[in-house]
Ligand binder design. Sequence first.
Ligand SMILES: Cc1cc2nc3c(=O)[nH]c(=O)nc-3n(C[C@H](O)[C@H](O)[C@H](O)COP(=O)(O)O)c2cc1C
Length: 322
Amino acid sequence: MTIRTPLCDLLGIDIPIGNAGMAGGTALAPLAAAVSMAGGLGAIGGIDQRGPAFLREQIHAVRAATDRPFSVNLIAWILDVAPAFLDVCIEERVPSVTMSFGDAGPHIARTKDAGITVIRQVQTIAAAREAVAQGVDVIIAQGGEAGGHTGSVATMALVPQVVDLAGEIPVIAAGGIADGRGLVAALALGAQGVIMGTRFVASEECTTSAHEHREKIIAASADDTIFTDVFDIVDGMKWPAGISGRSIKTVFAAEWHGRESDLVALRAEIMAESGTPNEAPVRAHSAYAGQSAGLIHDVKPAAAIMRDIAAEAEAVLAKLRT
Ligand SMILES: Cc1cc2nc3c(=O)[nH]c(=O)nc-3n(C[C@H](O)[C@H](O)[C@H](O)COP(=O)(O)O)c2cc1C
């Protein structure tokens, strides 16, 4: 038996697994193309300092590698000030756009009008209700275990509640999932698929830019992450209320978490250490990753990650039936 859900037909994929479109150069064309070619939903992290023209290049690179469907992830509150990232997706008629963090409302109608499948990632029940009212095609329920920016409701509680209110709209689970057990658990909660970020950071195709990001994930257990604003303060970013970043607890995060106002005051001095105006010094780099880091022990090709998870999920299902 292969694990297949109605979501697969909606998105034109074979396996209900996707990679998170991780911004800032983490999920670029090589990862998106590898996941899509392996039958999943590959995604590009669309927001990048290199700008909308760079996103267009990434879209072209995925299309040069495969004609399978893929998604572009856009951070909604950044679109409010930089709508050109969405313009590129619309001009390029990408198969789907995933929006997260902030009120995606103003951007959803024009994306749908362009015939693009709209996926909205939510962290709360209120946002899930809003997404239903906005007529999105798919909702990702992202739990607080997730790596990167997220909310604070756990995946186990969030997913079934979002499923209950989503009606016919398929729900994808994200946060804390890194193996076949997690996939089966997500399906049991009523999700029709999973999105994984942390697991795919430790893939061969991930173009991780942060220093020793993968090594830190492989060395970490579930106890080693922190939910914090310190990296946003360093980056000079103001995220929507209720959203913070989950990262491996680096020396810098441990030093400044809880002392945010001191960090605000010293930010300019810390930034000056790097010698470049917009880039944080090495010691202040995030290593965004979720609590699933403790399940990840190796760097593998994306296709192997997907194959192994699908096989493990089938073995778990068979065992549950005995
Ligand atoms: C390094 C990293 C970067 C991320 N960047 C984004 C992003 O740009 N946009 C977004 O919607 N989610 C982002 N996320 C969150 C993912 O979309 C996803 O919800 C999360 O990774 C799922 O949890 P997991 O890390 O436990 O698999 C990021 C996650 C990580 C680990």
